[in-house]
Write a protein of this length. Structure first.
Length: 115
């Protein structure tokens, strides 16, 4: 079973949910703001891909964080910031037993399903 982690009102998350529904792909949706985000989730994802891919440095939330807090970012520091500000997680995070993906592209998603 696929799980999509994101935000209800995120455009990319809406696109992936619409794509999955349209193509009969079963999935669960986990809103990281409403349903929660914790260290175990972030560690599980980071064990499967580079933790830096999870941090959305292009977000408005990132720019609002004081520059001192953004300097010399480590995994632990990034995880603490993401837990405090779930909108810092790059979205959507799509997780299954076979793969984990950050972001969504119809073109690349077919490759994940066929692996």
């Amino acid at each position: 079973m696929l799980t999509v982690f994101g935000l209800k009102n995120c455009d990319a998350c809406c696109r992936v949910r619409k794509y999955f529904s349209k193509n009969g792909i079963e999935f669960l949706f986990h809103d990281v703001r409403d349903d929660g985000l914790d260290d175990q989730m972030l560690m599980r994802w980071a064990n499967r891909l580079n933790w830096a891919k999870l941090l959305n440095k292009r977000s408005l939330t990132w720019r609002k964080i004081p520059k001192m807090d953004r300097m010399d970012i480590t995994a632990d520091k990034a995880f603490a910031l993401m837990i405090e500000n779930p909108t810092l997680v790059k979205r959507p995070v799509i997780e299954s037993d076979k793969f984990i993906a950050v972001g969504f592209s119809e073109k690349h998603f077919g490759e994940y399903l066929n692996d």
